[in-house]
Design a protein around this ligand. Structure first.
Ligand code: UGA
Length: 443
């Protein structure tokens, strides 16, 4: 098939590349000329494991092309994916201006190149957006077309794998013609028998928000269980194992920590809450989810204040991990941003390392915070001569350090672990003071 992808952010680029890999001809469009040039030269502009390999192959086999002109992609394609940004606008509602501006251009192009096409909303968009896009295009043209909702469920850091082997594909359309085309397109990805679920547009749009809000709630619930564990002297690892074996609950996404971050959960929880509000429904549980997550992100700072009796000024603290989760350089809504900001304000000096996210972290932080921070090139240099270590992100390389080295090179072997990386006995044997989330402290 011939496919156009408008917007080459992380969703658009993964979508375009993976569709090219399954044998389609794909033209990706972006307004950023420099970025388009880089991609034309074979460069992948984002860090996403496995993407380079598939991208190189698609370029080599001449099935993946880049342009700054929507028209070029439009005239050739049977299906056009909109993978545009929908940033939080006023009141936490997603800002649709990028999507609707492009819909407007598509209307004109339908007149210039008449013929049936399917326009697909891949970006996370509020309920009712498919109707709005349809209306916008229909204002300009009489040509037959369909607008389909097809939300993505890709995790950053595992996006290629998730795209290639989706647990489900959700397609929102009431048009049989569009449903058939979408099914043909996705069939190669669901050979193992996972479903392509066809439903109406609004249900499909809501499915995306419901999935992310459910997952954010699940994490938040476990974070609150962890907070209760700390109060009553229980261990959240045991509780997690105890409940996760119930298949109704499931083992995954039950890890307590310093809160969820990233570009998706915080924005989507806010957006579905707002949509409900607009329709006169108060989504109460999500009020709590947002509130708990905010305090969970800085819970480590509270634990430090308690440990040092409020005297943190003048301390030097090491930081392992800055990105919101491993295998990404994405720093959006990362707990590290809030933790470092608070520590800098309290006069704490910091020495930090992250395998991918140092540059993005610098871009997102204030001068005031950065003036208290030093960045180093490797995990081990962080801990030399620091008074304590904070673990913000569970990168693999932090899971198996030389445990004896902490006591050898740190001023004091104190670890505040926001990701529960170490077994408590292992920490005790290494002579650490080890304060984690929802588990008894070791000292
Ligand atoms: C999330 C969803 O998992 C994807 O399905 C969805 O497509 C994507 O948002 C999106 O809307 O685009 P992502 O934000 O990449 O993907 O990250 P996740 O791996 O889901 O992690 C989200 C946050 O939850 C991270 O901060 C992570 O540290 C935290 N988390 C996750 C926990 O604190 N505990 C867990 O057990 C799992």
């Amino acid at each position: 098939m011939k496919i156009g992808v408008i917007g080459t952010g992380y969703v658009g680029l993964v979508t375009g590349t993976c569709f090219a890999d399954s044998g389609n001809d794909v033209i990706c469009v972006d307004i950023d000329e420099k970025k388009v040039q880089r991609m034309q030269n074979g460069e992948v502009p984002i860090y996403e494991p496995g993407l380079n390999r598939v991208f190189d192959r698609a370029i080599r086999e001449k099935r993946l092309h880049f342009t700054t002109r929507i028209e070029e992609a439009f005239k050739e394609s049977e299906i056009i994916f909109l993978c545009l940004p929908t940033p939080p606008g006023a009141n936490g509602q997603a800002d649709l201006s990028f999507v609707l501006d492009v819909a407007n251009d598509l209307g004109d192009l339908f007149n210039k190149y008449p013929g049936y096409k399917v326009i697909v909303n891949k970006s996370t968009v509020p309920v009712g957006t498919a109707d709005k896009v349809k209306e916008k295009i229909a204002q300009k043209t009489d040509t037959e077309f369909d607008v389909v909702s097809n939300p993505e469920f890709l995790r950053e850091g595992a996006a290629v794998e998730d795209f290639m082997k989706p647990e489900r594909v959700v397609v929102g359309t009431t048009s049989e013609k569009a449903a058939d085309l979408m099914t043909t397109l996705y069939e190669p990805f669901v050979r193992s028998g996972n479903p392509i679920i066809i439903m109406d547009e609004r249900s499909s749009e809501l499915t995306k928000y419901a999935a992310n809000a459910m997952l954010a709630t699940k994490i938040t619930f476990m974070n609150e269980i962890a907070n209760v564990c700390e109060k009553v002297g229980a261990n959240v690892d045991n509780v997690r194992r105890g409940i996760g074996t119930d298949t109704r609950i499931g083992k995954r996404f039950l890890f307590a920590g310093i809160g969820y971050g990233g570009s998706c959960f915080p924005k989507d929880v806010q957006a579905i809450h707002h949509t409900a509000d607009e329709y006169g429904y108060e989504f109460k549980i999500l009020d709590s989810v947002m509130k708990v997550n905010e305090s969970q992100k800085v819970s480590i700072v509270d634990k430090m204040k308690l440990y040092y009796n409020g005297n943190l000024e003048g301390k030097t603290v090491g930081i392992w991990g800055l990105s919101f989760k491993p295998e990404t350089d994405d720093i959006r809504e990362a707990p590290s941003l809030y933790i470092t900001e608070q520590l800098a304000k309290m006069g704490v000096s910091m020495k930090a390392y992250d395998p991918e996210a140092i540059e993005t972290f610098k871009e997102a932080s204030s001068d005031e915070t950065l003036s208290k921070m030093q960045f180093v090139e490797d995990r081990d240099s962080v801990i030399d001569g620091v008074d304590a270590l904070i673990i913000c992100t569970e990168w693999n390389e932090f899971r198996r350090p030389d445990m004896d080295r902490f006591a050898e090179v740190m001023n004091e072997p104190v670890i505040f672990d926001g990701r529960n990386l170490y077994d408590l006995d292992r920490a005790r044997d290494a002579g650490l003071t080890y304060i984690s989330v929802g588990r008894p402290s070791v000292n």
